[in-house]
Ligand binder design. Sequence first.
Ligand SMILES: [Zn+2]
Ligand SMILES: [Zn+2]
Length: 832
Amino acid sequence: MTAIAPGPAELLHRLRARSSSAEQSPITHVERVTARTGRVAEWPAWTGPDVRESFARQGIGAPWEHQAAAATLAWQGSHVVLATGTASGKSLAYQLPALTKLAADPRATVLYLAPTKALAADQLRALSRLGLDGVRPATLDGDTAREEREWVRQHARFVLTNPDMLHHALLPAHSRWATFFRRLSFVVVDECHAYRGVFGSHVAHVLRRLRRTATRYRSSPTFILASATSGDPAGSASRLIGAPVTAVTEDASPRGAVTFALWEPPLLPAEPVEPPTFIPASRSATPQVHSSGPAHDPSRSLDRPSGRDPSHGLDSDLENSPPVRRSALRETADLLTDAVVSGTRTLAFVRSRRGAEVVASIARRSLEEAVPGLGSRVAAYRGGYLREDRRAIERALISGELLGLASTNALELGVDLAGLDAVLICGWPGTRASLWQQAGRAGRAGGEALAVLIARDDPLDTYLVHHPEALFGRPVEATVLDPANPYVLGPQLCCAASEAALTEADLELFGGEAARATVQALVAEGMLRERPSGWYWTERGRPDVDLRGTGGAPVQVVEAATGRLLGTVDQGSSHVMLHAGAVYLHQGVTYVVDDLDLEDAIALVHPEEPDWTTHARDVTDVAVVAVRSYVDAGPVGLFLGEVDVTSQVVSYQRRRLGSGEVIDTRPLDLPARQLRTVAVWFTVSPRALAAAGVEPADFPGALHAAEHAGIGLLPLMATCDRWDIGGLSTANHPDTEAPTVFVYDGHPGGAGFAERAYATATAWLQATREAIASCACEAGCPSCVQSPKCGNGNHPLDKPGAVKVLDTVLAALPRDLPAALPPDLPAALPSE
Ligand SMILES: [Zn+2]
Ligand SMILES: [Zn+2]
């Protein structure tokens, strides 16, 4: 193996030296990911000669094995998903059969779907570069001008678009697109792991509508899906398109060697007298941090991916309790400083824009103190900068003028920036796909690269830095979606009916029994009308369905004095985040809410920097509506079913910044909210708990702590984050008559997360137990059992008790849980 290039080697040495001086080393693991030489295959015999030549002109002499395997499956008519690493050349796997088909049959067409406009534009450029005659590729999105759309409809044979356009434009106007649909041979679904949760469930039905429309025009396109590596790519892809899909997962592309270190910031001394070594510095360098309390990672409350539950704002909850560990931002800044001192070209990924600025400014200052002039070789980089500025920064980094860059994942997509020596990843980026995408930025030809994952104060981060096998072994997280969600199914069936009357045969495609029941309900509501020939949409216009909606109009946050719209918060979170008196953070600026008008969905705010933060308290009730499936394990029961969650925000606390001291508690007058959703829950008999050594008085704290950690660890199993799910624990629940922990999907009708938790319960609860047990804190901290979104002020919490609860549950549950879930695959289209 090649030796580590001098830069990274020197850096790793420095990090080790630094860590050995600490009482407990922050380096929890070092993994050497060895280089892999690529394995090429012959061009498949069916490859069109012109297609092969155009690839050759691009410098592609032969495909990698996985590309050839996936392409051949598709060519033979099997739906296929290619789930391999970043930069493993997934495009070629679908370009090969698609372009060969277009060349062989001058009438054939191809539809390509990307989750973002940028990706579709990227693919268009790649196709154009191939320079093949007669392909006429074109993008179609919200920005496409009317005349251009007309041209695309009439002439393009390779249409690049997104699920929203398909849903809003192509399918409703299918008769105008009849020729295109009639000749449709392939449908490419790129980055299909992006279709998860409620959005993914909607897209699953859009694709079913597409398949139904194609069938009506007597075509039966083959689906080719590209995915990041994940737990169950074939299962997820099959659910997405509603037909069996074959997975190709063996990556045969070459890869450079990486040394991967896992880093857990050390615990601070037990009496947190503000350590003078860094806190004042942090304040002076980064005044924005001040408002959210010292030495706490402010990144968690910012830069959420759009469409996510913005209740992240609640994160500020813990920013005021005394810090337990050194902040991940601070550690990242120090590592970046070390890297630049050792001459290592390094990129630090930070989750929030503000976090990126903070890391860059701390590193710049430390470097400037060490060697005047060195500070200028570090910069921040984030979305929101002008394109030219971003290009200039990228060039400076590649040329070596800049040695360190602290960036949000704005760099993650699209930009080709390789050749760095080291990558620092501040906090688990959410999925393994993102982790490898970020780590993949490190590595120069012939050299070896270094990547460091720095854990934030979070149970999942804690678990991962102590369980490297979860990062470097087989992936377990799966992309989940739930096409049976009635809140998705109903509107989608209306869309389908408005495109063409639904028939008995269609119901199979849309989910069988669930679809039948939903259609009947829609008939009863007068949305659909039943006739001998099928079910018809009754209204004149089309159903108004937003694929990315999460139920209810979002609440607009408006600055009262200027009328300026600052942003939106989804309804589900508005009571907690935007109640009158709430302190609301927006891009680093602090506002206080004057009034929340639920009727008009508007919150009026004014800028103010009080020296307290606010913490909503809510009262939540869970009522079991129906049990779908359960495991009876003696003293322990494990359940999956529908529940009604009723929650009411009743008051809020004002807490002093810094100390977390409670100033007062103020009542609120907000209506209760109802959520019908899907939950997983377990019960433990009081006798079993007592036998495990949990005193009855400690039941609530033990269960509550187990619930928090369980929610924190679920993203290990399913691509969700803790903001997608909620929980409730109680020492005696009226419906179960036992100590119970509920974990539920935070979206009406469920999004598949609870279902995945149920299906992987043993692994999930085992990981939860490990995360709690391996945290070195005394009585519980944000890295294990505290939750930033607790509606109960993180009280009571019993950390040792939680381990006992989980041990009891795990000991009782059978080793092999029955594969509880039906495969959920509708039969193939009857006419196919
Ligand atoms: Zn802890
Ligand atoms: Zn709680």
